[in-house]
Design a protein around this ligand. Structure first.
Ligand SMILES: Nc1nc2c(ncn2[C@@H]2O[C@H](COP(=O)(O)OP(=O)(O)O)[C@@H](O)[C@H]2O)c(=O)[nH]1
Ligand SMILES: [Mg+2]
Length: 310
């Protein structure tokens, strides 16, 4: 591969692309100035973005069926590993990300300070131009939820402007096909001891088609993913907390039923039974939480003993 930087350090850009004919031409040209090669993944687009990108010198990988953003990222990773590049930078094809910030994302990897670099709106110097307030709030909620389970320490978990080192490309694995892959990638990076850094960038929302996902569908899918991960990582917290609340509610209801018995000297079967049901449900939740938590601890111990990794 031709190298634009004059040394042997190769940087390529990967652009997931879905019906982006309005912007792709400009983006490919701008991005080409900062990398050695541009790869676009066309995911069954019905417009002419693929032919525009090809004509402007990008390599276009075509999926016959739409496999979503995650599917596109898998193809980009695959190709980057095949080409044995030093850095892969992934950015949107819709003009939201600033190609002139590519070198900023590459630098920490070049310096050996990071394996994954995120272009972040929420560190000093970063911002979202015309970013709707509800999106900002949604990202904060998702980030808080994911930090509860994994303490990623990342301010902008939902930025699609990311750079990956060769080591990151080799180590990272993800299954998600949709936008929830943003969290899966970061959690996997943490588990595999990869260093993740954020550098400031400005992400624009005043472009023709900034997002093909509605904020509700994007937010909902990612939030549910964060909750499922939390329940897998901290089952005792997720099940135990409602369990204890139910147990307390059951106890309170039971006390009330007993009071009624003494007041009217007549057994209040209905209230007594509800109290027992609620209490038993609480106990069942706590017990499940404890069992899952111990199973998790046991499995981790086993993995450490067998494979010597945590
Ligand atoms: N290959 C592929 N790219 C997609 C798909 N959905 C979105 N994209 C591209 O992925 C990038 C990010 O998608 P976008 O809708 O802008 O998401 P957002 O900006 O994170 O809300 C854009 O460049 C889209 O063209 C898809 O299903 N397949
Ligand atoms: Mg976008």
């Amino acid at each position: 591969m031709e190298n634009t930087s004059g040394d042997n350090f190769t940087v390529i850009a990967g652009l997931p692309m879905y019906n982006e004919e309005e912007t792709i031409g400009t983006i490919v040209l701008q991005v080409s100035d900062h990398v050695d090669k541009v790869i676009c993944v066309d995911d069954g687009s019905s417009d002419s973005c693929a032919s525009i990108a090809t004509r402007l010198g990008a390599e276009v990988i075509r999926h016959r069926f739409n496999r979503g953003y995650g599917g596109a990222l898998k193809s980009i990773f695959h190709r980057a590993i095949e080409l044995d590049v030093d850095v892969l930078v992934v950015l949107d094809a819709d003009g939201q990300h600033a190609p002139e910030d590519i070198s900023r994302l590459v630098q920490p990897i070049r310096d050996g300070d990071a394996d994954v670099v995120i272009g972040s709106r929420f560190v000093e110097g970063g911002d979202g131009i015309s970013m709707p307030a509800y999106r900002k709030l949604g990202i904060k909620v998702i980030t808080a939820a994911s930090n509860l389970s994994s303490d990623l320490g990342i301010n902008d978990t939902q930025s699609g402007f990311r750079a990956f080192s060769r080591l990151a490309l080799q180590r990272l694995r993800f299954d998600s096909e949709g936008m929830e892959l943003s969290l899966e990638l970061l959690e996997d990076a943490k588990e595999k001891d990869l260093t993740v850094k954020e550098v400031p960038t400005i992400i624009r929302y005043d472009v023709p088609k900034g997002s093909s996902y509605t904020p509700v569908s994007h937010g909902f899918v990612v939030f549910i993913y964060a909750l499922i991960t939390l329940s897998q990582k901290k089952p005792l917290l997720v099940l135990g907390l409602p369990g204890v609340s139910l147990l307390l509610a059951g106890a309170a209801m039971g006390m009330q039923a007993v009071n009624q018995v003494s007041e009217y000297t007549q057994f209040t079967v209905g209230a007594g039974l509800s109290a027992i049901w609620v209490g038993v449900l609480g106990l069942a939740l706590i017990a499940t939480g404890v069992v899952l938590q111990s199973a998790r601890t046991f499995m981790r111990l086993l993995i450490v003993r067998e494979f010597g990794m945590d």
